[in-house]
Design a protein around this ligand. Structure first.
Ligand code: FPP
Length: 249
């Protein structure tokens, strides 16, 4: 098992859970079986991150583009999602997890939205990890939506154009109340961001695992954290500046 320092784990971990379909195909199973197995991995990773006291865990569960998948697969994913939110509620309560969703919720079926709202309300006062599911989420849509809301506020006289800077812009995103991700894991060997948290990932350390999501386990998570701890996060500065505390000027 890879060793890592429990005191310097990412504060905010974001995950692109990819490869359910390929996992299923390799086992000659239907894609939906891959998603079902993927849900088990979600449970395991949520539990482990919560134990490790990761403050924020954000999972890309359904993209704005995923609506274009075959109707049967979309339906099956929605059913899994509903079941997941309902069945996880007890575990979220016992692990002190706060539940949250980002994305265009108006596109989700009403019954799922009701389940989500109930889980958000029930876990609202929990003080442990914030578990966020990105559902019907697209980074470009989020940025365009923020620009639209800012334009409305300018038109209404609530803010002045010269007040719009990175900080104000951030306040109009779904993630306004969260810190930016420190670490992004994408599984299944694909090296893309796929429209996930485009604004927020500006300085995030990226990690790509060859393992398909259903096979991603505690050992793989620890391996990823081990890599994270070997990275030097410079935020545009030089290595010397970081090591010696050299001034910027
Ligand atoms: C990518 O696999 C996975 C998704 C479409 C999203 C992740 C979904 C789950 C883990 C299951 C549902 C989640 C919850 C929280 C209930 P893919 O189908 O794109 O894999 P492929 O690229 O190999 O086809």
């Amino acid at each position: 098992m890879h060793r890592f320092d429990k005191s310097s784990l990412p504060h905010h971990l974001a995950v692109i859970m990819d490869g359910n379909g390929r996992w299923a195909k390799q086992q000659m199973l239907k894609r939906i079986v891959g998603h079902q197995k993927g849900v088990e991995t979600v449970r395991l990773i949520v539990e482990e991150c919560s134990k490790l006291e990761i403050a924020y865990l954000t999972l890309f569960a359904f993209s704005a583009e995923n609506w274009l998948r075959p109707k049967t697969e979309v339906k099956a994913l929605m059913a899994l999602l509903k079941k997941f939110v309902r069945s996880e509620l007890g575990r979220m309560m016992s692990n002190n997890i706060r539940f949250n969703v980002i994305g265009n919720r108006t596109e989700l079926p009403a019954d799922i939205n009701a389940e989500i709202s109930a889980a958000i309300a029930k876990t609202e006062t929990n003080t442990g990890m914030l578990l966020t599911l990105a559902l019907s989420y697209g980074g470009r849509q989020e940025i365009a939506g923020a620009a639209r809301k800012i334009a409305c506020d300018v038109a209404a006289g609530n803010i002045k154009p010269e007040e719009i800077d990175e900080k104000t812009f951030n306040n109009y995103l779904y993630t306004a109340a969260m810190p930016e991700p420190d670490f992004l894991i994408r599984t299944s060997g694909e090296m893309r961001i796929s429209n996930f948290l485009l604004w927020q990932l500006a300085y995030t350390e990226l990690y790509f695992s060859d393992v398909n999501w259903p096979d991603f386990d505690k050992k793989e998570l620890y391996k990823a954290f081990h890599h994270y701890q070997s990275r030097e996060r410079r935020f545009g500065k030089t290595s010397d500046q970081l090591q010696t505390g050299m001034p910027t000027a």
